[in-house]
Design a protein around this ligand. Structure first.
Ligand code: NDP
Ligand code: 8X3
Length: 254
């Protein structure tokens, strides 16, 4: 029987690449996000390139009712979720704390922390019932180190780091694996979103060095979820070769 993976934020970037790579690994997929047309296009591609079934759940992860309804709508077959990739997330703004917008803070906290919790709260009981499952939280180097103007984004990813550890402890007795993957700079739509649609500013982030690509992180998700049952990767920090930390970047590398 094929395994099922639910990936949040599959309409773009790391989530989309993960959907593609898990489909190649013979998973059936539940793909989620707000942009329905993108999810429909991805579902068609996944189904034609791989022998897999794909289900779209179209919701805003900040909305608890929408999250609950989406998971409640699953048939018994689709409720057998083996892997939950908690990927949906964003940075909004990169300003000193005194200048930052409260709306940006709320978007980040509501998506990166509360959204991750809403969906986990619905999926964990399904995993506990089956005494198996694997939760992969996409954290960030921003959850390990704090950098200038990162304030609240770094705060949300530190929360993901702590929540991942807490989940692992609490789910230990239920046979459920919990892992975190914490990337450095990955060129996706992340910076376009962070700078509120300013593509020129977003391009500057990756200027002069080769960043990670979404597929590099999808590779690590595949690695983490394909270890033998007795092996869990607790935490993986993955950076571009040109980035030693948020503070040290070799922009002359290219
Ligand atoms: P993208 O902007 O390319 O993708 C973000 C995804 O999250 C989209 O599919 C988007 O879907 C989804 N999403 C955002 N807000 C919501 C929401 N309210 N409801 C449902 N889905 C939502 O960025 P990345 O692929 O780079 O980001 C993925 C994850 O990786 C994030 O958690 C990010 O913090 C993390 N990360 C990224 C790094 C980077 O440098 N790019 C580095 C470290 C971590 P839609 O808009 O359709 O709803
Ligand atoms: C995204 C990477 O360094 O911009 O989490 O925080 S960084």
């Amino acid at each position: 029987m094929k395994k099922i993976a639910l990936i949040t934020g599959a309409s773009s970037g790391i989530g989309k690449a993960t959907a593609n790579q898990l489909a190649e690994q013979n998973y059936d997929l539940i793909i989620t996000g707000r942009r329905k047309t993108r999810l429909e296009t991805l579902a068609a591609e996944l189904q034609s390139n791989n022998n897999c079934s794909v289900l779209i759940l179209n919701f805003d992860i900040r909305n608890k009712q929408e999250v609950n309804q989406a998971i409640d709508s699953l048939t018994d077959k689709w409720k057998e979720i083996d892997v939950l990739v908690n990927n949906a997330g964003l940075a909004a703004g990169a300003e000193p704390i005194q200048n930052a917008l409260i709306d940006d803070w709320e978007r980040m906290i509501d998506t990166n922390i509360k959204g991750l919790l809403y969906i986990s709260k619905k999926v964990i009981p399904l995993m506990i019932e089956r005494k198996r499952g694997h939760i992969v939280n996409i954290g960030s180097v921003a959850g390990k180190q704090v950098y200038a103007n990162g304030n609240v984004y770094c705060g949300t990813k530190h929360a993901v780091d702590a929540i991942t550890q807490g989940m692992r402890i609490d789910l230990l007795k239920h046979g459920i694996k919990v892992s975190q993957i914490a990337p450095g700079a990955v060129e996706t739509e992340f910076s376009i979103v962070r700078f509120h649609g300013n593509e020129d500013k977003a391009k500057q982030v990756y200027k002069g060095f080769e960043p990670l690509y979404a597929n590099d992180i999808a590779d690590t998700v595949v690695f983490v979820v394909t270890r033998p049952q007795h092996v869990n990767i607790n935490d993986m920090l993955i950076m571009p070769t040109s980035q030693a930390s948020p503070y040290y970047l070799d922009r002359e590398a290219q």
